[in-house]
Every structure is written in structure tokens, then in C-alpha cells.
Write a new protein. Structure first.
Length: 250
């Protein structure tokens, strides 16, 4: 086993001492191994997005350490941080974050263009990732001309084209209809299973979480509970998640 994310004693406090402060994270510790598919669940306001933003280097913790692929990302800044993020981190958001005036292919190309990769190689990589995510037919379309599910596939292709160490998703199915949501989750499970893509998925939806192999439950800024799917069926795991969420609310 090879750890790719090691989180120790991470806290996050929003607001200065003069203002009212929010202790969003109060001491988070866990390790993610390469090839894992881990869910993060918890009530609204429990600190899920805060944690994911810190892990994906979009934000810094107040205290604590985050090691990704042997780099302490809390110590990175400026170009080194941008470079690290571009190469090691893939992120898909609830609202897709596609640029409307670029085609799907141009959107997918962005991370490699920023790294100065040659156009011929970029074209080849787009072809590969598009085939993998079944979006070859829509590569020349603009975001306004494709469905929500297709937009999220394009965003996933953009996240995966650099072959990141880990793919993060913050409620990536939140804006999708249930069929598109299931398609996206199937795709993520398939990437995890067959391409060994490591994934961390923040979701408040028990059905989405049932696609994960391990789930961390956050409550009041700490990890309250952790479960493994093991050899449970997805249905049984789903029921187990529902049971835990019921208890968490009390
Ligand atoms: N930029 C911010 N400034 C101040 N407080 C914030 C900020 N972002 C989040 N919070 C607060 O931190 C807590 C955790 O928020 P968040 O991580 O977004 O939770 P979740 O994603 O689980 O809903 C909440 O109380 C929220 O109001
Ligand atoms: Mg959130």
C-alpha cells in the first residue's frame, strides 16, 4: 500500500480574533492509499467543502499538515503551488466551471495548455480521455449546446487529462438529474476500478456515497465515524449509510 494523502491534526478557523470565529475543522487525521475511492459525508455546514478545499490546495489549514504524494502542500506557495496543483490535483465541481466561450475540447485542453504541452500531444491526449469518457461526439460543441451530464463528463475529462494523483469531487452530481448522476457515479467507479484513479467524493447523498469503498463521516469539524464497504453489496452499504446518517442527526 502506498499512502498518497496523509492528513494530520488539520484545523481551520474562519474569521479573525476580533470578529466572530467559525471553527470549521477541529483536528482531522486520516490517510488515503493510492487507488482508494473515499467518500466524505456530513450535514450541511459540517466542514466537508472546507476539508476538500484544503486537500485540493485551493485553501490552507489554520494548523496541521497535509502531505500529498510526498509533498507538504501547506508549505507550497506561488508558482510551486500552481505547478503542483496543475500536475497532481483533479477537481470536479457541482456547477462544472466550464468556460462558456470555449468548446468542450478547448476546455479539456486547459490544464495541459497551461503547462506548455505541445498541441499535437494535447490533441492525442484529448482523443484518449474523450474516448474513455464517451464524449468524442461532443468535443466540438460549446457548453451551452450540451446536457448537464455531458458538461460534467467534459469537466471530468479536464480534471483527468493530466493524470492527477487524485480526483476530488465536491457534490459533482448535485446539479444533475438522477439518470445523469448515476451515469457519472458509474463512470467514477469504473475509473477507480479499471484505471486505478484515486477518488475523494464529498456528498450528502447516501446513494452517491454507496459507490465509495470507504466513507468518513464528519460532524462538528471532526471525523465522527468511518466505515468500509468490504464485501457488502451496494444496496446493503446504502442501507448502512442511511442508518449512520440517522444516528448522526441525533
Ligand atoms: N469562507 C468562509 N468564511 C467564513 N465561514 C465559512 C467560510 N466557508 C465556510 N464557512 C463556515 O464553515 C463551516 C463549514 O462550512 P463548509 O465546509 O462549507 O461545510 P459543508 O461543505 O459541510 O456544508 C460552516 O459553518 C460555514 O458557515
Ligand atoms: Mg459544501
Amino acid at each position: 500500500m502506498e499512502p498518497i494523502i496523509e492528513v494530520s491534526q488539520v484545523t481551520k478557523v474562519y474569521g479573525s480574533e476580533k470578529d466572530e470565529q467559525t471553527h470549521a475543522l477541529r483536528g482531522i487525521d486520516f490517510t488515503i492509499q493510492r487507488g482508494e475511492f473515499v467518500g466524505i459525508m456530513g450535514a450541511s455546514g459540517s466542514g466537508k467543502s472546507t476539508l476538500l478545499n484544503i486537500l485540493s490546495t485551493l485553501d490552507k489549514p489554520s494548523t496541521g499538515e497535509v502531505i500529498i504524494n510526498h509533498n507538504d502542500v501547506t508549505k507550497l506557495a506561488g508558482n510551486a503551488l500552481a505547478d503542483f496543483r496543475g500536475k497532481e490535483i483533479g477537481f470536479i465541481f457541482q456547477d462544472f466551471n466550464l468556460l462558456e466561450n470555449l468548446t468542450a475540447a478547448e476546455n479539456i485542453a486547459i490544464p495541459l495548455s497551461l503547462q506548455g504541452v505541445k498541441p499535437r500531444i494535447i490533441r492525442q491526449k484529448i482523443k484518449e480521455v474523450a474516448a474513455r469518457l464517451s464524449i468524442t461526439e461532443i468535443l466540438n460543441k460549446y457548453p451551452a449546446a450540451i446536457s448537464g451530464g455531458q458538461k460534467q463528463r467534459v469537466a471530468s475529462a479536464r480534471a483527468l487529462i493530466t493524470q492527477p494523483t487524485i480526483l476530488f469531487g465536491d457534490e459533482p452530481t448535485g446539479a444533475l438529474d438522477s439518470k445523469s448522476a448515476r451515469d457519472l457515479l458509474d463512470m467514477m467507479a469504473d475509473l477507480n476500478q479499471n484505471d486505478q484513479v484515486s477518488i475523494m467524493l464529498v456528498t450528502h447523498d447516501p446513494l452517491s456515497a454507496s459507490y465509495c469503498k470507504r466513507i468518513l463521516f464528519i460532524k462538528d469539524g471532526v471525523i465522527h465515524e468511518e466505515i468500509q464497504r468490504g464485501d457488502q453489496t451496494q444496496d446493503d452499504f446504502h442501507r448502512r449509510i442511511l442508518g449512520i446518517l440517522g444516528n448522526l442527526e441525533q
